[in-house]
Design a protein around this ligand. Structure first.
Ligand SMILES: Cc1ncc(COP(=O)(O)O)c(C=O)c1O
Length: 397
């Protein structure tokens, strides 16, 4: 009865652990959750006001399928201002979140059997989106020693005549790692000799970077622009996850193909959210910067606390709101109730069930030796979480 397509799709592992944490909470257990993938802040007021005005002004109808001309103008101006990239509004399509932008982007370029290179650890949705597009994911495991960044040699080794695309995510979910311009130049050198390979550059965490400015692969290699699909959105930087607004910038040909798919699947995103997004890009960024400051303090606390624990190591991520410590030295241990810990999933379940701490196992992201902890949580929750983590690991024999 159910299609093979739906049956073969994996449910989100992040949602599985969050679901279990919610269930335990309902049963009255004290749970601290570091599993969230969204900012714990409110959307800035001026953005909300733009949406309220849109409602009161009767901006209630369908908009153009690719988004309003005004929002696409605002995105084009922002790409120029913040990213030094030239995109005409006709090369931009707005969707219901960057998730849809990446998903429709893949549907627009991938044919059955085409290979898509995904560096691991990866955002959980990428392989499933490739599967929906009938492509084949080629997962390349990166190394903790290298802050989980793909090297040019790894990229070269993974490319075959069937490679259609590479998905890059910087700053990264789940590691927070940011590629430097030099590192992106190294990858671009490889991509230049393989003209059939497109680049899906997911830059959704762009505004959450702590030391250096955000760098897009297109800053390192502007000549790759026609085969790059730049995905971005408003969810993370502006704390707008529920507004569902993202976009894709690419060649007119690719944007046209995405537009055709969108026109038959969903049409344009919400007219109200589009007005809000326009205000976000045209307005003042001081609240975005204030959120970033908070995230930076929390990152510093998390990295220090983790590295102070015996057998745990964590590099300092340059962006996003995640840390991804290596916890593999705790494999082959036993809990006080006699259960064996053999994997990051075992460890996460143990921490949740016995210490009320929800984290996402690295297994979910294709990296078995790590765990993802989100620090989109209050400082007091983070302190409590680190206490529980320390106690949980300390009780293993
Ligand atoms: C790497 C990455 N890309 C894209 C998204 C999708 O964001 P949205 O659809 O809310 O714009 C997320 C959200 O978790 C993400 O982590």
């Amino acid at each position: 009865m159910i299609s093979n397509r739906a049956q073969n799709l994996q449910p989100s592992a992040t949602l599985k652990i969050t679901g279990k944490a919610k269930e335990l909470k309902r049963q009255g257990k004290s749970i601290v959750s570091l599993s969230a993938g969204e900012p714990d802040f409110k959307t800035p007021k001026h953005i909300c006001e733009a949406a309220i005005n849109a409602i009161n002004d009767g901006f209630h109808g369908y908009t153009m399928n690719a988004g309003t001309p005004e929002l696409r103008e605002a995105i084009s101006a922002k790409l120029k201002r913040d990213n030094k990239l030239d995109y005409d509004p006709s090369q931009i399509i707005c969707s219901n979140g960057a998730k849809q932008s990446v998903g429709f982007g893949l549907l627009a370029i991938v044919n059955k059997g085409d290979e898509v290179i995904i560096p691991a650890p990866y955002w959980v949705s990428y392989p499933e989106m490739v599967r929906l597009a009938e492509g084949e994911s080629v997962v390349v495991r990166t190394s903790f020693k290298n802050d989980f960044k793909l090297t040019p040699q790894q990229l070269e080794d993974a490319i075959t005549p069937k490679t259609k695309a590479l998905i890059l995510c910087s700053p990264s979910n789940p590691t927070g790692a940011c590629y430097t311009k030099k590192e992106l130049e190294g990858l671009a050198d490889v991509l230049r000799s393989h003209p059939q390979v497109h680049i899906i550059s997911d830059e959704i965490y762009e505004y959450i970077v702590f030391e250096d400015d955000h760098v897009s692969i297109l800053n390192a290699a502007p000549d790759l622009k026609d085969r790059t699909l730049l995905a971005n959105g408003f969810s993370k930087g502006f704390a707008m996850t529920g507004w569902r607004l993202g976009y894709l910038a690419s060649s007119a040909e690719i944007v046209g193909a995405v537009s055709k798919i969108q026109s038959q699947e969903t049409s344009a995103p919400s007219s109200i959210s589009q007005k809000a997004a326009e205000a976000a890009y045209n307005g003042d960024l001081s609240e975005v910067l204030a959120m970033r400051e908070q995230f930076k303090k929390r990152r510093d606390f998390m990295v220090k606390s983790l590295n102070d624990i015996d057998g745990v190591s964590c590099f300092t991520p340059g962006g996003a709101f995640y840390v991804f410590p290596d916890i593999s030295s705790y494999f082959s241990t036993t809990t006080t109730s006699g259960n064996k810990i053999e994997s990051s999933t075992d460890l996460s379940l143990y921490l949740l069930e016995e210490f009320g701490l929800a984290v996402v196992p690295g297994d979910a992201f294709g990296e078995p030796d790590g765990l993802r902890m989100s620090y989109a949580a209050s400082m007091s929750d983070l302190e409590e979480a680190m206490d529980r983590f320390r106690k949980g690991l300390g009780s293993l024999k």
